[in-house]
Write a protein that binds this ligand. Structure first.
Ligand code: NAP
Length: 296
């Protein structure tokens, strides 16, 4: 059925996304740096490759979903990277969250070989990846977005073609600025509620449905009240995304006041060894400063 799809990076997100492509009937070949993560998908019918170059040689569309900018550079441009197996007309789709500037540079290098690239970072967390309900923000040429649409449909629900190369990554930064702004507002508000002696559950139910409501408040607010810090999205990954926001904002000359403050607050939590907790544990930084502990 259709094009042969290669998938590089079978972590929390990539493993589930590649699984959904297989379930949708695509012919899928996978590669992961730690080979053990390929076993489950191979058992479900995926082919496996020796390295990213080998995978690119055997596939028409190559998807990457690895951690950070240097990792995408390594799997695409590195010694045994995708670029050494690519040919004119093939398409690379990077679904990691990385620097928009780096994404544009990678697209330009692939274009020298006649290959296409889309940046297509996602939002929706591990739950969205598992259920195939991710939001996908896409940058690149319209004809390649249409080519990729059947694949996106197997992994996500809302697929928006934002603009040219790097604009998917820029939109993901917009998403992350909103996420941490909401997390900061929630933390400060709950701290105030606690200090003023309010019933926290009643307060949360009073404010969640009105103008102050947000996904963060509805989903993570109740978790904060019972001090459940299990992650949907870890502080470490959130911090990586804020670093991208701040460096891109700096390059654009845009001040990001709240975002840079949250970046520093998360840094204090990382230095206390809390980087693997959920991003709603931001409230712990404010508790530390104020001496107020939020608990129902
Ligand atoms: P993860 O579970 O930590 O997986 C990372 C994957 O990248 C692993 O397969 C890892 O290989 C691979 N990798 C990292 N560096 C590599 C390198 N230098 N060379 C080759 N492979 C490398 O992370 P994840 O949660 O799936 O996140 C992947 C991307 O999606 C990130 O950019 C993240 O920001 C983004 N994202 C995550 C979420 C979320 O909720 N988790 C939501 C939206 C977007 P090994 O197995 O060998 O370590």
């Amino acid at each position: 059925m259709g094009e042969r799809v290669g998938f590089i990076g079978l972590g929390i997100m990539g493993g589930a996304m590649a699984g959904n492509l297989l379930k949708a009937g695509f012919e899928v070949c996978v590669w992961n740096r730690s080979p053990a993560k390929m076993e489950k998908l191979a058992a479900a019918g995926a082919g496996t490759a020796r390295d990213p170059a080998d995978l690119a040689a055997g596939c028409d569309v190559i998807i990457t979903c690895v951690s950070d900018t240097p990792d995408v550079e390594e799997v695409i441009l590195g010694e045994r990277g995708v670029i050494h197996g690519i040919a004119a007309g093939k398409l690379v789709i990077d679904m990691s969250t990385i620097s928009p500037m780096a994404s544009r540079r990678i697209a330009a290098q692939l274009a020298e070989k006649g290959a296409h690239m889309l940046d297509a970072p996602v939002s929706g967390g591990s739950e969205g990846a598992a259920r195939g309900t991710l939001s996908i923000m896409v940058g690149g040429a319209a004809d390649q977005v249409e080519r990729a649409r059947p694949l996106f449909r197997a992994m996500g629900k809302a697929v928006v073609h934002i603009g040219g190369h790097g604009d998917g990554q820029n939109a993901k930064i917009v998403n992350q600025i909103l996420v941490v702004g909401n997390a900061l507002a929630m933390s400060e508000a709950l701290l105030f509620a606690q200090a003023s002696g309010l019933d926290l559950e009643k307060t949360l139910s009073a404010v969640t449905q009105g103008a102050a409501g947000s996904w963060m408040l509805s989903n993570r607010g109740p978790q904060v009240l019972v001090r459940d810090w299990r992650p949907g999205f870890t502080i470490d990954l959130q911090q990586k995304d804020l670093r991208l926001a701040l460096s891109t904002g700096d390059a654009l000359g845009v001040p990001l006041l709240a975002t840079s403050m949250v970046f520093s607050l998360y840094r204090t939590l990382q230095s206390r060894g809390l980087g693997k907790e959920g991003n709603h544990a931001l409230i712990k930084a404010l508790e530390h400063l104020s001496g107020v502990r939020v608990e129902k």
